[in-house]
Design a protein around this ligand. Structure first.
Ligand code: NAD
Length: 456
């Protein structure tokens, strides 16, 4: 069945229909209309999967992709046009271009944490760039996988875009096939599997992975505001956000003040009884709930810690100074647990962050410009923010992606178009003049070449 789908998509790609930008625009507009029509159903699906608050679905899933669609539709003509570049004088007279060529048949594999956005946003780039696509949503959020499937089936001919639902086995079957590009969002562990599968066919890959994202708060930070912004970015989606703060490194002089402000912010957002708040999501399933719950064993809980296994509920939880070799600090937390670790010197920060691979995000709260710059330039990470968290994802003009273990490649806006395109270099040579320099015999050319410092 998978082989048939790929065969059909390859045949369709060969008809050249996807090369027509107006075909792509029509497809994107149909997708936009269907998302608008089904927005309530999408909210219901995400609520059914892990009680995602409606506002968070609107802001981070549906409206997010609708904004991406708007941006792409506005700019696609310009992005798709061959880009003229300066010619080199030795080719004179010529005009030189970069043609944006779709790769062909692409595979998109999505995770469960933003299960609508992370299936549809890459798809927008794939369609805009003129590819056919197979989307595999996450099996962990079945209601959203079903609606992604319904929407795509309603909008596209399966020769152009289709969905293959299923779990790890289906994903492995898909990866065993030859694709022209693969776009994967998920864990670094599975990212490696995807990369290995792609290597067999030398398929280009984009890997959007995770990491352990530090948030550094120095003595000069505006503490109340920092706490508010950290709490928002951390407990959105119940901490199941790839760019959420994983742990806080706070200067020891302001640690107590920050903890108090974090506690106040959590209560202000979610009330005294977080479980009753309609604005706080659940852990996606019992496996992840247990994983998170076990992280708290033996730790000093400063705030929160309440849980309810029947509902996969885990309250926003602050943990004091967990050890480096604890379960919490071993890998990405990916849940509503926030470790708070104090530092004295910049060297302490360097040493601590140095324990981990390059993360997807890093945040710094400080009013000291030198300190801000030092954090941003000393460490390598996907992207981040100064005096805020998570918001770097909201600007379509900023590339979104990791580095090292947190990923390969980036997308959003024009980057999404480019990541699904091959850049084909073309020189259009004029016939009315043909410089003799390059042709043998080289005697005369040698003399000229020696005098010319820059040949190209
Ligand atoms: P995951 O890697 O377990 O699964 C992602 C996808 O891969 C799913 O569709 C799944 O079916 C498939 N898959 C799982 N195991 C597989 C295997 N052995 N072989 C082939 N395919 C397999 O990730 P997840 O748990 O769904 O998502 C959480 C992770 O994703 C976190 O690490 C998070 O940081 C990361 N993430 C990154 C971004 C980003 O944009 N960089 C966004 C969201 C999530």
């Amino acid at each position: 069945m998978i082989k048939d789908i790929i065969q059909q998509q390859r045949s369709f790609f060969k008809t050249q229909q996807t090369k027509d930008v107006s075909f792509r625009k029509k497809a994107l507009k149909r997708l936009r209309q269907e998302i608008v029509t089904r927005e309530e159903d999408i909210c219901d699906a995400l609520f059914a999967d892990f009680k995602k608050p409606r506002f968070e679905t609107l802001a981070a899933e549906t409206q997010f992709v609708l904004a991406e669609l708007k941006h792409v539709l506005k700019n696609i003509d310009e992005w798709a046009r061959p880009e003229r570049v300066d010619s080199s004088w030795m080719n004179w007279p010529s005009s030189d271009f970069i043609y944006k060529e779709p790769y062909g048949s692409v595979l998109i594999i999505a995770p469960w944490n933003y299960p609508f956005q992370l299936a549809i946003a890459p798809l927008i780039g794939a369609i805009a760039a003129g590819n056919t696509a197979v989307v595999k949503p996450s099996e962990v959020t079945p209601h959203t996988a079903a609606i992604v499937s319904e929407i795509i089936n309603a909008v596209f001919d399966p020769c152009h875009v289709t969905v293959v639902e299923g779990g790890v086995e289906v994903s492995q079957q898909l990866l065993a096939e030859k694709w022209d590009a693969i776009f994967f969002t998920g864990s670094s562990t599975v990212g490696q599997i995807v990369y290995e599968s792609a290597a067999k066919h030398l398929t280009p890959v984009t890997l959007e992975l995770g990491g352990k994202n530090p948030c550094i708060v120095d003595e000069t930070a505006s503490i109340a505001l920092a706490a508010k912004r950290i709490v928002w970015g951390k407990f959105l989606n119940a901490g199941q956000t790839c760019i959420a703060t994983d742990y806080i490194l706070v200067h020891e002089n302001v640690k107590d003040k920050l903890i108090k402000a974090l506690e106040q912010s959590i209560t202000k957002c979610y009330g005294e009884n977080v479980e009753a708040s309609p604005d706080f999501a659940r852990i996606v399933n019992q496996k992840h709930f247990t994983r998170l719950k076990e992280m708290l064993d033996g730790e000093e809980i400063l705030f929160g810690g309440k849980h309810n296994v029947a509902d996969n509920f885990l309250a926003p939880t602050l943990v004091n100074e967990p050890k480096l070799d604890s379960k919490i600090m071993a890998g990405e937390i990916f849940g509503p647990i926030l470790p708070i670790i104090s530092y004295k010197t910049f060297e302490d920060i360097e040493q601590y962050i140095g324990n981990y691979e390059k993360p997807l995000a890093t945040y710094v709260f400080s009013t000291n410009k030198k300190f801000q710059k030092r954090i941003i330039t000393t460490f390598s990470f996907g992207g981040g923010a100064i005096n805020d968290t998570v918001i770097q994802i909201t600007n379509k003009r900023l590339p979104f992606g990791g580095v090292g273990q947190s990923g390969i490649g980036a997308y959003h806006g024009k980057e999404s178009f480019d990541v699904f395109s091959h850049q084909k270099a073309i020189i259009k040579k004029a016939n009315w003049f043909d410089a003799p320099l390059r042709y043998p015999p080289y005697n005369l050319s040698m003399k000229i070449v020696k005098k010319i410092k820059h040949l190209f």
